[in-house]
Write a protein that binds this ligand. Structure first.
Ligand code: ZN
Length: 183
């Protein structure tokens, strides 16, 4: 717990999600029963981020996986809601807790395209998540290794494993393309 790992899938996780193939109009079909890798889960988070950018949001997406099942996927909604807490991973964690009927997400992995900020990393501590996997680093706001490492601070009452830089180039390109479009 609490360790920071760089790169995809250093831990063969116990995830046993059915692989889902999206066909045509977004209908999902289970194609086999092998676990979704962090790389594949990040693909879902990237899809979410894209949906967000189509809605005028900064393209950040997140999914929550528990016992091998994706139980929540959200994108940033700060512009639509004008709510400063509407970060993708925060919304996804709230959905996951509602889904489970429990604030404890001990078996959860949160996969998010951008390194969580202090608010969201603090949420991961409070929600007792097992793992956080992120794509691009946030040197301005990141609290999972860049500025702070809230996942492995023994003074806090919970630690989580952090995996960074999963499909980082794709995740950061989404953001730079979005911001270039605003100029
Ligand atoms: Zn955040």
């Amino acid at each position: 717990m609490g360790k920071l790992t760089v790169g995809s899938n250093p831990t063969p996780s116990a995830i046993s999600t059915s692989k889902r193939r999206v066909i045509g109009d977004g209908m999902e079909v289970a194609s086999d029963t092998s676990p979704l890798s962090d790389h594949e889960l990040m693909g879902l988070a990237i899809e979410e981020a894209r949906i967000g950018s189509e809605q005028g949001e900064v393209p950040i997406g997140a999914v929550v996986v528990v016992d091998g099942k994706v139980i929540a996927r959200r994108h940033n909604e700060r512009e639509q809601s004008q709510d400063p807490t509407s970060h993708a991973e925060l919304l996804a964690v709230r959905d996951a807790a509602a889904q489970l009927g429990s604030w404890r997400l001990e078996n959860a992995t949160v996969v998010v395209t951008l390194e969580p900020c202090a608010m969201c990393a603090g949420l991961m501590v409070n929600a007792r998540v097992a793992r956080v996997v992120f794509g691009a680093r946030s040197y301005e706001n990141g609290a999972c290794g860049s500025l702070y490492q809230l996942g492995s601070d023994p003074r806090l009452n919970h630690e989580f494993e952090t995996v960074s830089d999963v499909r980082a180039a794709e995740c950061s390109e989404l953001l730079s393309t979005y911001f270039a479009g605003l100029r």
